[in-house]
Design a protein around this ligand. Sequence first.
Ligand code: FES
Ligand code: FE2
Length: 433
Amino acid sequence: MLSEEKNRQLTQVSAGTPMGELLRRYWMPIAGVSEFDSRATKPMRLMGEELVLYKDLSGTYGLVDRRCAHRRADLAYGMVEKCGLRCNYHGWAFNETGKCIEQPFEDTAFPGRNAKDRVTIKSYPVEVKGGLLWTYMGPKPAPLLPDWEAFSWDNGFTQIVISELPCNWFQCQENSIDPVHFEWMHENWGKRLRTGDMSRNPAHLKLDFDEFDYGFTYRRIREDSGENDDAWTIGRVCLWPCGFFLGEHFEWRVPIDDENTLSITWKYTRVPAGREPYVQKSIPTWHGPLHNPDGSWIDTHVMNQDFLAWVGQGRIADRTQEHLGASDRGIVAIRRRFFEEMESIAAGGEPKGTIRDPARNVRVPLPMMDRHKVLEPMTVDEIMSDRRTQLFYTTYIFQAGQPDWVRKEMSDAMGLEVVEFDGIVKARTAKAD
Ligand code: FES
Ligand SMILES: [Fe+2]
């Protein structure tokens, strides 16, 4: 349980708030590179700020104030040019540093005045990594954009999935250090949904949580696993400050504002043995829907189940009303660390997990369970003989709504038929396996 004041500190993300200032010390993924194959501008709200992300005709990305400095027109309707973004109202143009580079009437009628030199709009740097576009909204100098090892894995089909969730980011991130929900939400409840089966999957017996440079790990022993399993010796990574790393995929929960979160997933699937070399020309980005046609929340896919739990906690979870249990030790640990970090940066300290030394920022490894299963080539027979790998290679279990064209690209990469994951429908007509 937390006080109202402490809950506000964890959840408010605007500039000038303690958490807003802390989160601005980190690079955040905000979009997929491939989104700009079919668009030039993308309006974005990030940490409570109205911005527009664009790619100009030279291929330079910019993230600038959404409102034009002239009379506040919406730059999301602007025109990209060889250099920068031009407002569609009176033609003022801005580059990626926010500098006004043209004011057509003023430049023509009063060329000596150089009025544009006195005008800039807010801008943030944009970098590309792993098929994602990232930004840094904090004070300069910016730390390095982490070069997580996964971004250099080859022979894989990667896809990026984006959704906007109507709840605060912190309750999403608490899920990254919450091992027991897996047993209940994804296994026991998931099975009940699919089959009506009320039997229970193996229970958690023991948990532990550890901190390391780039976050925390949770480790578990269940009725079906022991002390030598990766789940206990390595565990999963709650990636600081707003990520989750599960080996073959990352999830990030990026604050849109206090009441909305951008969910970004980066998912890698290695091609089967014999399909190498496979070089992916472009990493597809798709947008995952949240609702069924009747307005109910989609509950068929792993992350959709998480989403409905997070949203169900309320727009901003009221932590004055909660009763934490022994399974929540990791949640207590990350909250404590966030409070310490908020104080530390207010006093001028270096935030946890930032990298400034280029020599350290090369294929940075993270703790990873089942490394060989994710990265080593498996034959099609091996893939098909294990239910979990079969699902990973022939469906997308994490979010509903994978478009046909992405399924086809994945299918072509894998040399396998990739089908829509539809556990509910399948199970309603079939027995549990
Ligand atoms: S409002 Fe943008 S140029 Fe006038
Ligand atoms: Fe989950």
